[in-house]
Design a protein around this ligand. Structure first.
Ligand SMILES: [Zn+2]
Ligand SMILES: [Zn+2]
Ligand SMILES: [Zn+2]
Ligand SMILES: [Zn+2]
Length: 578
């Protein structure tokens, strides 16, 4: 039998397993039967890779790969195999015996298929693999994240910063959400995010969109990691009180070379994307990861294939890490994930001040680095980014609201949590921790939304409307760490910001406090529930009284503030009368 006919008949076996399991036909194949067939495919694909002739490194960029693939691999039904394997994913949670074996074999063969697939199929693979986190046994989480971070994402997205959007790069937010939502291991969270930070330039947009629109279990890690990797967003770097987030570094990849000098127990420092090196690998599909001793051995023949790999960003410096930095203001605002810069920092992503950032990223080479800058003030963001930032702030401020109102608001979400496997995780997460997340929203609001003339009042009004609901939700805080941390923000930090708004946009403040505020200011609190008109007025008045102790509109000169309060109250009473 030729390799091609054998492959076809084995694909037919897979389809047969699938229909017998789905239709409950006796005898039922076990997960182990299906896994053994899948192992045949992995071995076949690996053996093809080991026969591959030497491909010049420069002809194996992400764009040339399709033509390389056609010219060097035997003509087999790879896409047929790919679809048959994808079909097996749904079987993993329903087979009685061998779930783990089947899940593992599916992930394995998908990894081996990567060099053989055309771009269009490859593009959706990272998201498909990430979605198995929801249905495969949790013991496979590590394999799944490793497959994504050390194989699929570098192989599909390359290292040009994803300037050209593709399906794979556009699914970044969805993939990260899957990892945050279905795993509670902090090292997986940092691993997936740092992986994307090293290949996608505008990853900040994805993080903000997860905070804005993601499920609760993904919002919290997204917010914590945003402030971990962008510490300049934190206005009180010295004040670490109440910050509970602790970074966990992801475990290093170990050397995969067949005859590793250190028997494979050594941390890999280099990676080779080119399948021509597969012959040196034990049982792993490309890319091949090797330790520094093995790199010395292989360098003679393959030096042009090797690239250094990044190490975990276990420290995020707030001062410039360029050893020759001469700037007076050496506060950091950029992080470069390109190895050409990271190599100055022991292969960890490096943090630069303004000046050093410009020096390193002005040249033709430097312009192409994958680096991350601060978020600009909201008024100078693109409309898309403005929307994400505004919605992220609103979502964070809503974290301070009591859970009951969130329950009714996000019924579907909460219900799923209560019956799902994440039940425990969500219950343990206490209300205080959630309320504390709202502080991030305040920081983003005050630091990035400084009021000035000529700004879209819809954005300002919406943010104000939500901020007033936050005052309402945090009016009666317990006298503990969380309560004090939030209360401290009100007395000066927020009030100073509000004073500025008062000077330039008093009319927007007033319009948000009236019994029937403009549409865009109706956000958060009771506005998210199906409240009656009477409740709306009652709640609105209550919210207004929560603000009175903080002198929000009384710091006017000439007593205009008092007159305004009178007028607002009068409007409330008139509304009630009619
Ligand atoms: Zn080695
Ligand atoms: Zn070789
Ligand atoms: Zn510097
Ligand atoms: Zn750089």
């Amino acid at each position: 039998m030729t390799r091609s006919t054998k492959l076809t008949s084995k694909i037919r076996n897979l389809k047969d397993y699938h229909s017998r399991i789905i239709n409950n036909v006796i005898p039922q194949p076990t997960g182990i039967d299906a896994a053994n067939t899948l192992k045949y495919f992995s071995q076949t694909l690996l053996s093809i890779l080991k026969d591959v002739p030497n491909i010049p490194a420069e002809s194996y960029g992400p764009r040339q790969r399709d033509s390389v693939r056609l010219s060097i691999f035997p003509n087999l039904n790879y896409s047929g195999l790919y679809h048959a394997v994808l079909n097996m994913i749904d079987l993993v949670p329903i087979v009685q015996i061998g779930q783990l074996e089947l899940g593992e074999a599916v992930l394995n063969v998908l990894g081996c298929l990567v060099p053989f697939l055309e771009h269009e199929l490859l593009d959706s693979l990272p998201y498909t693999v990430a979605s198995t986190l929801a249905i495969f046994p949790p013991t496979l989480h590590k394999d799944t994240i490793d497959l994504l971070c050390s194989n699929l994402l570098p192989m599909t997205l390359g290292f040009d910063g994803c300037v050209e959007p593709s399906y794979a790069s556009e699914s970044a937010a969805a993939i990260i959400t899957m990892v945050f939502q279905h795993t509670d291991n902090g090292s997986y969270h940092s691993q997936i995010l740092e992986c994307f930070m090293s290949i996608k330039r505008d990853i900040i947009k994805d993080i903000l969109s997860i905070i804005a629109y993601g499920p609760p279990s993904a919002r919290a890690p997204a917010a914590n990691l945003l402030f971990y990797y962008w510490p300049q967003l934190n206005p009180s770097l010295s004040d670490r009180r109440g910050i509970h987030y602790k970074y966990s570094a992801w475990p290093p990849v170990l050397c995969q070379r067949e005859n590793c000098v250190n028997s494979g127990n050594c941390q890999a420092v280099k990676m080779c994307l080119n399948p021509a090196l597969a012959i040196h690998s034990r049982d792993k599909p490309p890319p091949l990861y090797i330790c520094s001793d093995c790199a010395d051995v292989l360098r003679k023949d393959h030096s042009e294939y090797m690239m250094d790999i990044l190490l975990p960003m276990s420290h995020v410096s707030t001062i410039c890490e360029n050893k020759n930095c001469k700037s007076k203001n050496n506060a950091t605002l950029s992080t470069c994930f390109s190895i050409e810069c990271a190599c100055f920092n022991g292969n960890r992503p490096i943090r630069y001040c303004q000046n050093c950032h410009e020096v390193h990223h002005a040249s033709q080479q430097g312009i192409r680095h994958v680096y991350h800058l601060s978020i600009p003030v909201i008024w100078s963001c693109t409309p898309e980014m403005q929307r994400y930032l505004m919605d992220a702030i609103i979502s964070l401020l809503k974290e301070a609201q009591p859970l009951e109102s969130k329950r009714s608001l996000e019924m579907g979400e909460e219900l799923r949590h209560r019956i799902g496997e994440e039940d425990d995780m969500f219950e343990v997460e206490d209300a205080g921790e959630r309320k504390l997340l709202s502080r991030y929203g305040i920081w983003l609001l005050v630091e990035l939304c400084k009021p000035k003339d000529d700004i879209p009042i819809e954005i300002l009004g919406r943010l104000l409307g939500m901020l007033f609901q936050w005052f309402d939700a945090t009016a009666y805080l317990p006298d503990d760490n969380v309560g004090n941390a939030l209360e401290r923000l009100k007395s000066e930090y927020i009030t100073n910001w509000l004073k500025e708004v008062n000077k330039s946009h008093l009319e927007v403040i007033v319009s948000c406090l009236l019994p029937h505020p403009v549409e865009y200011a109706r956000v958060g609190g009771f506005w998210d529930t199906l409240a009656t008109r009477t409740t709306q007025i009652k709640e609105g008045l209550n919210c207004f009284f929560c603000l009175v102790p903080y002198d929000i509109i009384t710091f006017q000169v000439n007593n205009t503030g008092f007159r305004l309060i009178q007028n607002i109250l009068l409007t409330f009473f008139l509304t009630v009368i009619y």
